[in-house]
Every structure is written in C-alpha cells, then in structure tokens.
Write a protein of this length. Sequence first.
Length: 728
Amino acid sequence: MKYLLGLFFLCILLLPLYSIPQLEFVDMIYSEEMEDELDSITGIFLSPTHYIVVTDKDNNKIYWISKEGRIVKKMGNTGNEPGEFYEPQDLFIDGKGNLYVADTGNDRIQVFNEKGSFLYQFGDKGDKNGEFKSPTGIYVSEKGQIYVADSGNNRIQVFSKKGVFISKFGTEGSKAGEFDKPVSVAVDEDGKAYVTDRGNSRIQVFDKDGIFMYTIGRKGEDIGEFDQLNDIFYDKEAQRLVISDIGHSLIHLYRKDGSFFASFGSEGDGQGEFSDPYSLMVTEEGKIYIADSGNKRIQIFRIAEIRMEKKEEKAEAPKEPEIKKEKEITAPVNKQSLGVFKFENIGKQASTSDYGEVIAHDLFEEFSKADYFKVFERSRIETALETHGLKDQSINKENAVKTGRDLFLGAGIIGTVSKLKNTIDLDIRIVNILSGIVIHSFYEKINDESRIRDVCGEAVKKIIKYYDENNKRMLKIPTGLNALDGPQAITLSWNKNQEKDLAGYHIYRSESEDGPYEFIGYSSNPNYKDKELDHNKKYFYKITAVNIFGYETDHSIFISSRPMPPPELPVIEGVKIIYDVSHVKIEWKKADKNVLGYNVYRALEDRSEKYEKVKSLTENNFTDMEVQSFQTYYYKVTAYDKAVESKIEDTDAVSVTVKALVIIQKPENIREEATSKSKKVGRVNKDEKLVYLGEEKKTASGNNAYLKIKMDDGTIGWIWRASVKIVE
C-alpha cells in the first residue's frame, strides 16, 4: 500500500492525470536554527508580514520564522498566566493580524495583536457552555466568529469576536453529528463547518446553524481514505478542503461537496515526503504550507491551475524606465547616539566561530565612517556590560536597553549570526533604548566570508536610508509642564503628545534657571517623580519628546520647584521584652497614623555604630528567632514613612540575655541550694520544661553539677544536671 501511495504521489508531481492538475513543489523552509530550537510544530499560519507563525506544543512557545528559516521572534513560556502556554496546538491569524491560539493544556483560547501583545482570553476547564477540555483546533470565519474544536468534550463551540459563547454542536459517539475526538474545524463563506472527526476517521459537515449535513471520507488504506486525521483548511479560491493525514503521511484534497480530488505525499524525509504533517494552511495564491513536524521543517506546494481571482486589467505597453538619482543623505545636526553590541552566534556551525565579534566590529567601523550617527566606542559598551555582569552573555533587547540607558544611548544595534552549510545569515535589529521597541529588522545573506565587511557596509547604508526616509514627522515640544512638591521629592507632569511616532520623554534638571540642564531620566508616560532631593535647594526642569528613532525635540519651557522637608516622625517609646527563652520577643507603643512601619535594630553592645537593621515591619511587635542562648542583645526601634525615618540615636535601647530551656529526663526534686541536702522547694516530672537561667555549680567532687532554673510558678531553684537535657 505504501508503495502505491508513493507511486501516486510521483504521478501527480510529474503528470496531470485526467482532472488532477499538476502539483508543484515551491519551497522547503528548513535551517539549523529550526533544527536546534523547534521540537514539535503543531500549528501553522502565514502572518500579514509574510512570516510563518508556528506553535510548538513541546516548547510551549510561538515562533515567527522567515522564509529563509530564521527565527525572527518567539513568544511564551510554560505556565498559565496571560502570554504563557501549556501544550498549545493550533493557531489562526485573522485579516487584522490578530493571533488566536488554542492553549490546549490550559483549556483556554488566548488572543494577541499583530505585534504579539496579549489582548484577551476566554475559556476554562469544564464541560459547560464556554468551557473546554483540551481544545485542539481553532478557526475564525469571515464574519469574525471563532470556532473551537473542543476535543475532550467531543463538540464544536462557536464564540463571538470577543470570546462570548454563541452556540455548540456535536456529542460523543459514532453516529451522524457525533464525534470521537474532533481535532480541527474549518468554515466556508456560507458558514458551513467542516470537522475532522479523528476517532471516527471521517470529515463531518454542518450547516451555519450546526445541523448535520453529510460525511466525507472513511477509514481505509486506499487512495483518498483516512487513517489519523489532524488539520483541515478551507481553500476559498479553489472551493476545496485540504486535510492532513498523520497516519498515512498524506495530504488529501476534497471538493467541498465531498468528492475526492487528489492526495499527495508519503512517509520519509525527502522532498514531498512527510513525518507527522500536523498542520497546514493555504494562501489566497494557492500555496499550501505544511508543518512537517517530525522533520522540523515546512514544505510549500502549489497546484498549477486557474484560481478564482479578479480579472487582471490589460497591461499597458511598458514605459521607458525613469532614471532616478539616488537621494543624497545629509547627517542631521543633532546626531542620534548609537551603540553596536556583539552579535550572538546561534546554531552549531556559527557557535564555534567568532562571526558575532567580527560583524559587530565591521558594523561599528562602517557606522563611524558614514558619520550619520554619534557612534559610541565599543570599549565603552564593553565596560557598561561588565558593570552589569553581562560581558559574557548574549546581548538581547533587554540587556541592550539596560546598559544603553547607563550610557544615554538613543539606539542600539543588536543581532544574531547563523550559518547553514556555506551561507551566513545575518539578522540586524535596531532597538530604541528609551522605549525598548525594535524599530526595524534587516536581514542579509553572506555566501562568501571574504564579503562580510562589504555586506556590513551595505547594511549600514540601508539602516541610514531607512532612518532618513522614516524620520519625517517631527514631534511637538511637550507643553503644560507642571511641578508638585513633596517630601524630598518633586513630581512632574505635562500634556501627553498625540503623535504615533512617540517613544517617550527625556527629563532634564538644573540648579539654576540658566543651566546647564543635565539628563536625569526617561519616562514613557507624561509624568516623572524626582526623588531623594535636598529640601534646602530649588530645582529647575525641562523636558523633551523623543520619537521611536531616538530623535528628540527642543527643550520645553522650564519650571522650578523646591521639595518639602521630610516630616518629623515620632520617637518610638515603650519598647519592652515580652519573652526571652530560646528566642526574643519585643513590643512597643504604636505610633500615629502617619507612620508606614517600623525598623528593628540589634547590637551586641549599646553603641550607635554597632546597631544593624534586622527587620522592617508594620506591626508593633517583633520576634527574633536568630539568637543564641545566654548571649546579651540590645534592641532599638525606629519609625519610617515613604521618604524618611526617625533617628536611631533618639531611641532608648532595651537589653536581654537569652535564656534556654531544660527538658526533664526523669522525676527530680528542686533544691533551694545546689546540694542534695538543702531544702526541697518543688518536684517535677519527666518531659516537663523549665527555664534554665544559665548558672551552673559543680559538686565538691567536681564530677557532677546543679543547674539554676525557674519553675512555672516563678520559684527559683537548683536541679541535678544529670536529670535534664538542655535545649538551646
């Protein structure tokens, strides 16, 4: 049978058999990076920006992959918080670029915008309306309704654009309209739903109201019959269903009326062969993208046929091409500050090379030579990285922002280098240091190592050209700057800029109206709090707006303010010892409502410089468990609020010598003096506990001793040392 399937696949690749048009292999998306990073591709869709977006249920991530096989973005971690996943299966991208993910293990659907930012989620574990049990497939209709294959509950649920439950159809079973693990669903322009009923090895079709209409296919080994169905996609332009069959390693094509059209594929790792073809999708142009999961790659096919497309207008006679002069780029007066970070080597071939260092060096040289940016020396970048303990780490966006802000960089150049066979792939990204936004990405292929410097030079020209063309809209200078003084702090606020290119604001401060004004911080919102100020000084502020390319406006008008002095906090009184056996408990008089909390200090001698803070708390008592028996401790307590703390030197100390406990090992008399013949003052039983006061007296022979203890009724006496166990 496998031989026949393989032969059939070969035939449709080479010959148009009767009504079967010729199948064309278009491309194979595969790279060493995909091999290393991906584990199990379970969902696939093409984004509006033509990246291939896939779910990886074993890694609990979503990946954006370029047509060259580069992983340009990834999202998610293991978990159940928004943006986290547990065994995500299918995904769908609507016309607005919104991403819908069947988060199977978390029994929910998560929705993100085109940039990957979380929008909302719906669903929970259960069998009620709107609840799920392992949802595996998702499809968004042309009307925006969300269809979910609720596999564990053997039904299809339909939701509104915002995830509000509308209807459901299907129950468990093998009769018409019943399911045994429905794993995928597709919807045509008439609202008909096509469901892969895996356990029953068939496709079931329902009308727009969820009423059963007819069945497509059956279980079997013949051509067009099914084994283990997985994904289904409706190709609107060709009026066809495209179905993945994991058991047969085949892709089936059926007409929407249920008649068989074609099948192709076989098991293997060659071109046109598959290993677990989990998921697929079809573009408007008729390209079939197949997630060849077991081979960690994506294969693309197309059927050569006339599709339902708009008629093309008659082509006019070609005009003579206009020769356009290359626009001369002039460096701006206020140059953007730029830092080039070491590129990360990814993949087996690149990881043992020094490509990352070489490319960073060449880009630095080319940027410096172009004189369009204010380029920071790489030694300054290295020093900043070392300060943050990042010198030997990969420089991702977060690390670039962290170190770049220390240097007051406007933009940073980061990236990755990978190599597959003899081709070096270069991914260059520009990061706005203020906002953390990746402004743009540039991709370059290098087929000859000797051309690395040339390619870096070409990349720098592209980056400069991109900056020059896109930095056209000038931001308005911020207005409405206002200052509100507080204890040792000043809070600034201003009117929010409305321009779309806005990244944030720079804040400048001076101690004189005429300056100089020094940069003191960033803010992405129209407010900023300047803390830890001297209340005896007057401060002057100006702000600027900054766009996503790092260029900023002129300074706003200045404003001045003087911070308030810190509030006077009460001296804590009434500190006393409550308990002193094995651990120490102290309490004090509660302060007024203006106090946020208390700080407890401890020392081994009553000298100001010896006290160390051991605890901050809001209650007016503290239990110190970190003490040793028979050691003397001194304690002081202060009060604090947001900006200030009462003075420790104004607080009285309390001292205590920690006591220990003894456990009685056998019944024993308590003596008035440390001798067996002295007066008996009490008797204790086995397992009783007494406070040991730390004093010991040996007998005349020196071989035995008595311990000084305190009984529960307060009586002080002596007990035979051999009759107790000391618990410190």
